[in-house]
Design a protein around this ligand. Sequence first.
Ligand code: SF4
Length: 334
Amino acid sequence: MLKGNPDIGVYTALPKGCELCRLGGKLVVYITGECGDSCYYCPVSKERFGKDVMYANEAKVETLRDFLYEAYRMNALGAGITGGDPILALNRVVRLIRMLKDEFSSDFHVHLYTSGRYVTYDVLRELQAVGLDEIRFHPVKDEYFKAIEKALNFNFDVGIEIPSIPHEKDYLEKVIKWGIEKGVKFININELELTERNFQPLNVQGYKVNHGLTGVKESAEVALSLLRKYETCNLALHYCSSVYKDVVETRTRFLRIIKYSSKPYEQGTPEGTVVRAIVRSNMDLSDYGEKIGEGVWAISPEFSNLFSEVLLVEEHPDQRRLRISEKLVYPKSE
Ligand code: SF4
């Protein structure tokens, strides 16, 4: 039976990694931008793709230890390791999984994405030895399916995750049939997204946005028709929309960061942002907030009425502190 909401996601059952993501509990580990493939629809940004850079959630980081700090900030329940192709940074992946499991326990759920291009038995043995819980293949070429068959001999959950490209519906159906025959645990079908990097090749093929901010026209319909056709099959099928990432994944993760790491004077909002008041004063306001510059204090918005001029700012709670809005208010004026 299909569950869920077509605007967010529809599924017969959810992989464990997706269940934890829905709780906002998955740390997003971007371990390298390097990849041996070059899919025309690749959604990875220009700043990241092809570069050996690391990001913990939205923040660029330099060391593996930074991922632990970020996991603490959000009280993470697990991590999803992505790229590029993480297998090109296998040493880093193995060290990081070991660090995460040592720090947070073996129950800390780790899933990993790969095209399968570089997945050998040796790679799979190393991943199993450090306790990888789930592996998701994006087999962009026919020969990469061999890697999925190899992975099925190991003790982690094996799934396939592919975008729903409207003119490739027959191929998608072929992948579902292959997955059923081989006994993979799940197939995730993502709504195809138009991004800054892929909009030209997708526009050339006639694709335009018509769902949420980035969802490509007819991608959802194609995925949902396949889910309906195969809803009684023996593997977990899951369609994940582009809207999900903004409305559920990022927002719930931000709500966790607010719950576990926001400062006492910051006010959280249901949208997953924080609001603080910035005031100028030569007084010591450390009972109300903290000093952020010479004579400049960040305090709780609830004390705004004590000041004649206040800058109210709303920001994302993660380390980048992306500012969503700011408003100068004069609480004591008429
Ligand atoms: S395999 Fe993934 S990361 Fe690599 S080019 Fe294709 S979509 Fe992008």
